[in-house]
Ligand binder design. Structure first.
Ligand SMILES: C[C@H](OP(=O)(O)OC[C@@H](O)[C@@H](O)[C@@H](O)Cn1c2nc(=O)[nH]c(=O)c-2cc2ccc(O)cc21)C(=O)N[C@@H](CCC(=O)N[C@@H](CCC(=O)O)C(=O)O)C(=O)O
Length: 323
Protein backbone atom coordinates (compact mmCIF):
# COMPACT_ATOMS: atom_id res chain seq x y z
CA UNK A 1 0.00 0.00 0.00
CA UNK A 2 1.37 3.46 -0.82
CA UNK A 3 0.57 6.61 1.13
CA UNK A 4 -0.46 10.03 -0.10
CA UNK A 5 -1.34 13.23 1.66
CA UNK A 6 -3.62 16.04 0.53
CA UNK A 7 -2.88 19.70 1.15
CA UNK A 8 -5.29 22.50 0.36
CA UNK A 9 -3.35 25.65 -0.72
CA UNK A 10 -5.43 27.86 1.58
CA UNK A 11 -2.42 28.55 3.82
CA UNK A 12 0.56 30.83 3.05
CA UNK A 13 2.86 29.12 0.53
CA UNK A 14 5.84 29.02 2.90
CA UNK A 15 3.73 27.06 5.42
CA UNK A 16 2.47 24.70 2.70
CA UNK A 17 6.03 23.95 1.56
CA UNK A 18 7.06 23.18 5.16
CA UNK A 19 4.25 20.60 5.44
CA UNK A 20 5.24 19.05 2.10
CA UNK A 21 8.90 18.73 3.09
CA UNK A 22 7.85 17.20 6.41
CA UNK A 23 5.61 14.71 4.60
CA UNK A 24 8.58 13.70 2.44
CA UNK A 25 10.75 13.28 5.56
CA UNK A 26 8.04 11.02 6.99
CA UNK A 27 8.18 8.54 4.09
CA UNK A 28 4.93 9.64 2.40
CA UNK A 29 4.92 8.67 -1.30
CA UNK A 30 2.49 11.11 -2.96
CA UNK A 31 1.61 14.80 -2.47
CA UNK A 32 -1.83 15.78 -3.81
CA UNK A 33 -2.54 19.53 -3.93
CA UNK A 34 -6.20 20.48 -4.40
CA UNK A 35 -7.31 22.80 -7.20
CA UNK A 36 -10.11 25.32 -6.60
CA UNK A 37 -10.14 28.75 -8.27
CA UNK A 38 -10.52 30.51 -4.93
CA UNK A 39 -7.35 29.04 -3.38
CA UNK A 40 -3.72 29.65 -4.38
CA UNK A 41 -2.85 28.46 -7.90
CA UNK A 42 -2.17 24.74 -7.81
CA UNK A 43 0.56 24.75 -10.49
CA UNK A 44 2.49 27.66 -9.01
CA UNK A 45 2.45 25.83 -5.66
CA UNK A 46 3.52 22.51 -7.23
CA UNK A 47 6.49 24.15 -8.98
CA UNK A 48 7.73 25.66 -5.70
CA UNK A 49 7.16 22.38 -3.82
CA UNK A 50 9.00 20.47 -6.56
CA UNK A 51 12.01 22.74 -6.21
CA UNK A 52 12.07 22.15 -2.43
CA UNK A 53 11.67 18.34 -2.42
CA UNK A 54 13.69 15.45 -3.85
CA UNK A 55 11.80 12.16 -3.76
CA UNK A 56 8.06 12.53 -3.17
CA UNK A 57 5.74 12.31 -6.20
CA UNK A 58 3.49 15.33 -6.63
CA UNK A 59 0.56 16.60 -8.63
CA UNK A 60 -2.83 18.24 -8.53
CA UNK A 61 -5.38 16.23 -6.56
CA UNK A 62 -7.28 17.11 -8.62
CA UNK A 63 -7.46 19.61 -11.43
CA UNK A 64 -10.27 19.47 -13.98
CA UNK A 65 -11.02 19.62 -17.72
CA UNK A 66 -13.11 22.79 -17.53
CA UNK A 67 -11.01 25.67 -16.18
CA UNK A 68 -8.08 25.17 -18.58
CA UNK A 69 -7.54 23.77 -22.06
CA UNK A 70 -5.93 20.30 -22.07
CA UNK A 71 -2.98 21.94 -23.82
CA UNK A 72 -2.43 24.27 -20.84
CA UNK A 73 -2.79 21.42 -18.36
CA UNK A 74 -0.42 19.23 -20.37
CA UNK A 75 2.22 21.96 -20.40
CA UNK A 76 1.72 22.81 -16.71
CA UNK A 77 2.31 19.20 -15.62
CA UNK A 78 5.15 18.80 -18.08
CA UNK A 79 6.81 21.81 -16.43
CA UNK A 80 6.32 20.26 -12.97
CA UNK A 81 7.84 17.05 -14.32
CA UNK A 82 10.91 18.93 -15.53
CA UNK A 83 11.30 20.97 -12.32
CA UNK A 84 10.82 17.85 -10.16
CA UNK A 85 13.16 15.73 -12.26
CA UNK A 86 10.45 13.24 -13.22
CA UNK A 87 8.17 13.08 -10.15
CA UNK A 88 4.94 14.58 -11.57
CA UNK A 89 1.57 12.85 -11.46
CA UNK A 90 -1.64 14.27 -12.91
CA UNK A 91 -4.79 14.06 -10.82
CA UNK A 92 -7.70 15.25 -12.97
CA UNK A 93 -11.48 14.96 -12.72
CA UNK A 94 -14.81 16.59 -13.50
CA UNK A 95 -14.32 19.64 -11.28
CA UNK A 96 -16.16 20.68 -8.16
CA UNK A 97 -19.89 20.77 -8.72
CA UNK A 98 -20.26 23.64 -6.22
CA UNK A 99 -17.43 25.94 -7.28
CA UNK A 100 -17.43 25.80 -11.12
CA UNK A 101 -20.89 27.44 -11.50
CA UNK A 102 -19.54 30.38 -9.42
CA UNK A 103 -17.14 31.15 -12.29
CA UNK A 104 -19.79 30.71 -14.93
CA UNK A 105 -18.84 27.20 -16.01
CA UNK A 106 -21.79 24.83 -16.38
CA UNK A 107 -21.01 21.16 -15.61
CA UNK A 108 -21.84 19.88 -19.10
CA UNK A 109 -20.94 16.38 -20.32
CA UNK A 110 -18.04 16.09 -17.83
CA UNK A 111 -17.36 12.49 -18.77
CA UNK A 112 -17.01 13.20 -22.49
CA UNK A 113 -14.95 16.33 -21.81
CA UNK A 114 -12.60 14.54 -19.41
CA UNK A 115 -12.11 11.59 -21.76
CA UNK A 116 -11.16 13.90 -24.63
CA UNK A 117 -8.86 15.97 -22.41
CA UNK A 118 -6.93 12.97 -21.08
CA UNK A 119 -6.45 11.57 -24.58
CA UNK A 120 -5.15 14.93 -25.86
CA UNK A 121 -2.84 15.43 -22.84
CA UNK A 122 -1.25 11.99 -23.30
CA UNK A 123 -0.67 12.61 -27.02
CA UNK A 124 0.87 16.04 -26.36
CA UNK A 125 3.25 14.52 -23.79
CA UNK A 126 4.25 11.91 -26.37
CA UNK A 127 5.32 14.78 -28.63
CA UNK A 128 2.54 14.28 -31.17
CA UNK A 129 0.95 17.00 -33.30
CA UNK A 130 -2.64 16.64 -32.10
CA UNK A 131 -5.65 17.11 -34.39
CA UNK A 132 -9.11 16.09 -33.13
CA UNK A 133 -11.68 17.38 -35.67
CA UNK A 134 -14.29 14.82 -34.61
CA UNK A 135 -14.19 15.68 -30.89
CA UNK A 136 -17.39 16.94 -29.24
CA UNK A 137 -15.62 19.43 -26.98
CA UNK A 138 -11.91 19.96 -27.75
CA UNK A 139 -11.34 20.36 -31.52
CA UNK A 140 -7.54 20.63 -31.84
CA UNK A 141 -5.79 21.30 -35.18
CA UNK A 142 -2.12 20.39 -35.06
CA UNK A 143 -1.31 21.39 -31.45
CA UNK A 144 2.14 20.25 -30.32
CA UNK A 145 4.31 20.77 -27.22
CA UNK A 146 7.75 22.27 -27.89
CA UNK A 147 9.34 20.14 -25.15
CA UNK A 148 8.93 16.71 -23.55
CA UNK A 149 8.39 15.57 -19.96
CA UNK A 150 11.24 13.87 -18.08
CA UNK A 151 9.15 10.75 -17.48
CA UNK A 152 8.35 8.47 -20.40
CA UNK A 153 4.75 8.38 -19.16
CA UNK A 154 3.39 10.70 -16.47
CA UNK A 155 0.81 8.73 -14.43
CA UNK A 156 -2.75 10.03 -14.78
CA UNK A 157 -5.14 9.54 -11.84
CA UNK A 158 -8.85 10.27 -12.31
CA UNK A 159 -10.84 11.81 -9.44
CA UNK A 160 -14.17 10.00 -9.48
CA UNK A 161 -17.17 9.07 -7.36
CA UNK A 162 -20.16 8.56 -9.69
CA UNK A 163 -20.64 5.32 -11.59
CA UNK A 164 -19.85 6.62 -15.08
CA UNK A 165 -16.84 8.58 -13.82
CA UNK A 166 -15.54 5.45 -12.07
CA UNK A 167 -15.97 3.41 -15.28
CA UNK A 168 -14.13 6.15 -17.16
CA UNK A 169 -11.35 6.23 -14.57
CA UNK A 170 -10.70 2.51 -15.03
CA UNK A 171 -10.71 2.90 -18.80
CA UNK A 172 -8.48 5.98 -19.26
CA UNK A 173 -6.45 6.30 -16.04
CA UNK A 174 -3.40 4.72 -14.43
CA UNK A 175 -5.23 5.14 -11.14
CA UNK A 176 -8.31 6.57 -9.48
CA UNK A 177 -8.66 8.98 -6.56
CA UNK A 178 -11.97 8.13 -4.87
CA UNK A 179 -13.18 10.78 -2.43
CA UNK A 180 -14.43 8.31 0.19
CA UNK A 181 -13.38 6.82 3.52
CA UNK A 182 -15.75 3.94 4.27
CA UNK A 183 -15.48 0.28 3.15
CA UNK A 184 -19.10 0.41 1.86
CA UNK A 185 -18.04 2.99 -0.76
CA UNK A 186 -15.20 0.81 -1.97
CA UNK A 187 -17.38 -2.27 -2.00
CA UNK A 188 -19.41 -0.26 -4.57
CA UNK A 189 -16.57 1.47 -6.46
CA UNK A 190 -13.76 -1.10 -6.74
CA UNK A 191 -15.63 -3.64 -8.93
CA UNK A 192 -16.66 -0.80 -11.28
CA UNK A 193 -13.12 0.53 -11.82
CA UNK A 194 -11.63 -2.98 -11.97
CA UNK A 195 -14.07 -3.96 -14.72
CA UNK A 196 -12.85 -1.22 -17.10
CA UNK A 197 -9.22 -1.26 -15.87
CA UNK A 198 -8.91 -4.91 -16.87
CA UNK A 199 -5.51 -6.35 -15.99
CA UNK A 200 -3.42 -3.17 -16.45
CA UNK A 201 -1.44 -1.86 -13.44
CA UNK A 202 -3.99 0.37 -11.68
CA UNK A 203 -3.75 2.27 -8.38
CA UNK A 204 -6.98 2.56 -6.37
CA UNK A 205 -6.60 5.43 -3.91
CA UNK A 206 -8.91 6.10 -0.98
CA UNK A 207 -8.83 9.89 -0.85
CA UNK A 208 -10.15 10.02 2.70
CA UNK A 209 -11.17 12.64 5.23
CA UNK A 210 -8.49 11.63 7.71
CA UNK A 211 -7.45 12.55 11.25
CA UNK A 212 -4.83 10.84 13.40
CA UNK A 213 -3.94 11.75 16.99
CA UNK A 214 -2.83 9.87 20.05
CA UNK A 215 -6.15 11.00 21.58
CA UNK A 216 -8.95 9.45 19.51
CA UNK A 217 -11.53 11.98 20.77
CA UNK A 218 -9.40 14.87 19.50
CA UNK A 219 -9.13 13.17 16.10
CA UNK A 220 -12.92 12.74 15.97
CA UNK A 221 -13.42 16.42 16.84
CA UNK A 222 -11.05 17.40 14.01
CA UNK A 223 -13.02 15.55 11.29
CA UNK A 224 -16.47 16.79 12.34
CA UNK A 225 -16.54 20.08 10.36
CA UNK A 226 -15.17 18.40 7.22
CA UNK A 227 -17.75 15.60 7.55
CA UNK A 228 -20.48 18.27 7.69
CA UNK A 229 -19.38 19.61 4.28
CA UNK A 230 -19.05 16.12 2.80
CA UNK A 231 -22.52 15.10 4.05
CA UNK A 232 -24.01 18.31 2.66
CA UNK A 233 -22.34 17.73 -0.74
CA UNK A 234 -23.09 14.00 -1.04
CA UNK A 235 -25.69 12.77 -3.51
CA UNK A 236 -28.74 11.10 -1.90
CA UNK A 237 -27.79 7.57 -3.11
CA UNK A 238 -24.54 7.89 -1.13
CA UNK A 239 -26.42 9.06 1.99
CA UNK A 240 -28.81 6.11 1.57
CA UNK A 241 -25.90 3.66 1.07
CA UNK A 242 -24.80 4.60 4.59
CA UNK A 243 -28.34 4.71 6.03
CA UNK A 244 -27.89 8.30 7.16
CA UNK A 245 -30.57 10.56 8.67
CA UNK A 246 -31.61 12.68 5.64
CA UNK A 247 -33.38 15.27 7.82
CA UNK A 248 -30.18 15.82 9.78
CA UNK A 249 -28.24 16.20 6.52
CA UNK A 250 -30.76 18.81 5.36
CA UNK A 251 -30.26 20.67 8.63
CA UNK A 252 -26.52 20.67 7.93
CA UNK A 253 -27.08 21.93 4.37
CA UNK A 254 -29.35 24.76 5.53
CA UNK A 255 -26.94 25.72 8.31
CA UNK A 256 -23.92 25.81 5.99
CA UNK A 257 -25.83 27.78 3.35
CA UNK A 258 -26.45 30.60 5.83
CA UNK A 259 -23.09 30.30 7.55
CA UNK A 260 -24.73 29.07 10.75
CA UNK A 261 -21.93 26.60 11.57
CA UNK A 262 -23.23 25.94 15.10
CA UNK A 263 -26.47 24.43 13.75
CA UNK A 264 -24.68 22.69 10.89
CA UNK A 265 -21.98 21.05 12.98
CA UNK A 266 -24.47 20.31 15.76
CA UNK A 267 -26.46 18.13 13.33
CA UNK A 268 -23.49 15.87 12.49
CA UNK A 269 -24.01 12.46 14.09
CA UNK A 270 -21.68 9.49 14.66
CA UNK A 271 -23.08 7.57 11.67
CA UNK A 272 -22.03 10.44 9.38
CA UNK A 273 -18.57 10.56 10.95
CA UNK A 274 -18.11 6.81 10.41
CA UNK A 275 -19.45 7.09 6.85
CA UNK A 276 -17.33 10.02 5.71
CA UNK A 277 -14.00 9.84 7.54
CA UNK A 278 -11.31 7.65 8.99
CA UNK A 279 -10.05 8.99 12.31
CA UNK A 280 -8.53 7.75 15.54
CA UNK A 281 -5.35 6.73 17.30
CA UNK A 282 -2.60 5.06 15.23
CA UNK A 283 -3.86 1.60 16.26
CA UNK A 284 -7.50 2.45 15.40
CA UNK A 285 -6.46 3.93 12.06
CA UNK A 286 -4.35 0.92 11.15
CA UNK A 287 -7.45 -1.23 11.70
CA UNK A 288 -9.56 0.99 9.40
CA UNK A 289 -6.80 1.08 6.77
CA UNK A 290 -6.60 -2.71 6.85
CA UNK A 291 -10.35 -2.85 6.09
CA UNK A 292 -9.94 -0.51 3.10
CA UNK A 293 -6.97 -2.50 1.78
CA UNK A 294 -9.13 -5.59 2.15
CA UNK A 295 -11.59 -3.91 -0.25
CA UNK A 296 -8.89 -3.54 -2.93
CA UNK A 297 -7.55 -0.08 -2.01
CA UNK A 298 -3.86 0.27 -2.94
CA UNK A 299 -3.15 3.87 -1.85
CA UNK A 300 -4.36 5.69 1.27
CA UNK A 301 -4.48 9.48 0.86
CA UNK A 302 -4.60 11.31 4.18
CA UNK A 303 -7.01 14.08 3.24
CA UNK A 304 -8.04 17.15 5.24
CA UNK A 305 -7.92 17.75 8.16
CA UNK A 306 -5.12 15.10 8.63
CA UNK A 307 -5.39 15.74 12.37
CA UNK A 308 -5.83 18.33 15.12
CA UNK A 309 -2.22 19.39 14.57
CA UNK A 310 -0.84 18.79 11.05
CA UNK A 311 2.81 18.34 11.99
CA UNK A 312 2.05 15.91 14.83
CA UNK A 313 -0.27 13.95 12.52
CA UNK A 314 2.27 13.79 9.70
CA UNK A 315 4.83 12.47 12.19
CA UNK A 316 2.36 9.87 13.57
CA UNK A 317 1.60 8.68 10.02
CA UNK A 318 5.31 8.30 9.29
CA UNK A 319 6.03 6.57 12.58
CA UNK A 320 3.02 4.30 13.17
CA UNK A 321 1.05 3.93 9.96
CA UNK A 322 3.55 3.58 7.11
CA UNK A 323 5.25 0.22 7.39
C1 LIG B 1 -19.65 14.80 -12.79
C2 LIG B 1 -19.96 13.82 -11.67
O1 LIG B 1 -18.85 12.94 -11.50
P1 LIG B 1 -18.37 12.58 -10.03
O2 LIG B 1 -17.22 11.65 -10.09
O3 LIG B 1 -19.53 12.13 -9.23
O4 LIG B 1 -17.86 14.01 -9.53
C3 LIG B 1 -17.83 14.32 -8.18
C4 LIG B 1 -16.40 14.71 -7.82
O5 LIG B 1 -15.58 13.58 -8.02
C5 LIG B 1 -15.89 15.86 -8.66
O6 LIG B 1 -16.67 17.00 -8.41
C6 LIG B 1 -14.40 16.13 -8.36
O7 LIG B 1 -13.95 17.17 -9.20
C7 LIG B 1 -14.25 16.56 -6.88
N1 LIG B 1 -12.83 16.67 -6.47
C8 LIG B 1 -12.20 17.89 -6.58
N2 LIG B 1 -12.80 18.87 -7.29
C9 LIG B 1 -12.17 20.08 -7.44
O8 LIG B 1 -12.71 20.97 -8.12
N3 LIG B 1 -10.95 20.31 -6.88
C10 LIG B 1 -10.28 19.37 -6.17
O9 LIG B 1 -9.16 19.61 -5.73
C11 LIG B 1 -10.91 18.08 -6.01
C12 LIG B 1 -10.30 17.01 -5.33
C13 LIG B 1 -10.86 15.73 -5.40
C14 LIG B 1 -10.16 14.60 -4.95
C15 LIG B 1 -10.69 13.33 -5.10
C16 LIG B 1 -11.95 13.16 -5.70
O10 LIG B 1 -12.46 11.92 -5.87
C17 LIG B 1 -12.68 14.27 -6.13
C18 LIG B 1 -12.15 15.56 -6.00
C19 LIG B 1 -21.22 13.03 -12.00
O11 LIG B 1 -22.30 13.54 -11.90
N4 LIG B 1 -21.02 11.83 -12.51
C20 LIG B 1 -22.13 10.93 -12.83
C21 LIG B 1 -22.86 11.31 -14.11
C22 LIG B 1 -21.94 11.84 -15.17
C23 LIG B 1 -22.50 11.66 -16.58
O12 LIG B 1 -23.15 10.70 -16.85
N5 LIG B 1 -22.21 12.60 -17.48
C24 LIG B 1 -22.45 12.39 -18.91
C25 LIG B 1 -23.71 13.04 -19.42
C26 LIG B 1 -24.24 14.12 -18.51
C27 LIG B 1 -24.74 15.34 -19.29
O13 LIG B 1 -25.41 15.14 -20.29
O14 LIG B 1 -24.32 16.44 -18.87
C28 LIG B 1 -21.24 12.99 -19.64
O15 LIG B 1 -20.46 13.66 -18.92
O16 LIG B 1 -21.11 12.79 -20.84
C29 LIG B 1 -21.55 9.55 -12.91
O17 LIG B 1 -20.31 9.44 -12.85
O18 LIG B 1 -22.32 8.59 -12.98
Amino acid sequence: VSFGIEFVPNVPTKELIKYCKYAEQNAIDFLWITDHYNNRNVFAELALIAAETERIKLGPGITNAFTASPAVTASAICTIDEVSDGRATLGIGPGDLSTLPKIGIPMETPVARLTEAVSIISKLWAGEAVSTPDNKVFKFAGAQLAYKPKQKKIPIYIGAQGEKMLETAGAIGDGVLINASNPKDFQYAVPIVKKTAGDKKFDIAAYACFAIDKDSKKAKKAVLPVVAFIAAGSPVPVLQRHGLNLDAVNTIKAGLAKGDFKTAFGAVDDAMIEAFSIYGSPAELNEKIKNLVGMGVTQIVAGSPIGPDKNTSIRLVGKYVIE
